[in-house]
Design a protein around this ligand. Structure first.
Ligand code: FES
Length: 106
């Protein structure tokens, strides 16, 4: 089972098991991770699942879609590595994925 390393804005780390096919957001919510809310349930319409995908993983995760770009335009603390984690589906090749969490969702 692939694992995700989530790093809170204060540096606290959480390693969680991720089921293949589930989104990074759903994995975080299922593990009661602080900093990922997922208000819209993964419909790409709330941006409360904002996270920063480590640059080393940028090319390996699902690419950003048009809706995601639009939602990120209205999100807080957006950086070049920003993603909506509900739009990233876990798979075996993403074992070890590193996602940092913004301070704005705590
Ligand atoms: Fe709402 Fe990702 S959960 S945009």
């Amino acid at each position: 089972m692939p694992k995700i390393l989530f790093i809170e804005h204060n540096g606290k780390q959480h390693v969680v098991d991720a089921e293949s096919g589930k989104s990074v957001m759903q994995t975080a919510v299922d593990n009661l991770l602080p900093g990922i809310i997922g208000d819209c349930g993964g419909a790409c319409s709330c941006a409360t699942c904002h996270g920063y995908v480590d640059p080393a993983w940028q090319d390996r995760v699902d690419p950003k879609g048009e809706n995601e770009e639009m939602m990120l335009d209205g999100a807080m603390n957006v950086e070049p590595t920003s993603r909506l984690t509900c739009q990233i589906s876990m798979k075996a090749e993403l074992d070890g994925l590193v996602v940092r969490l913004p301070a704005s969702q705590f």
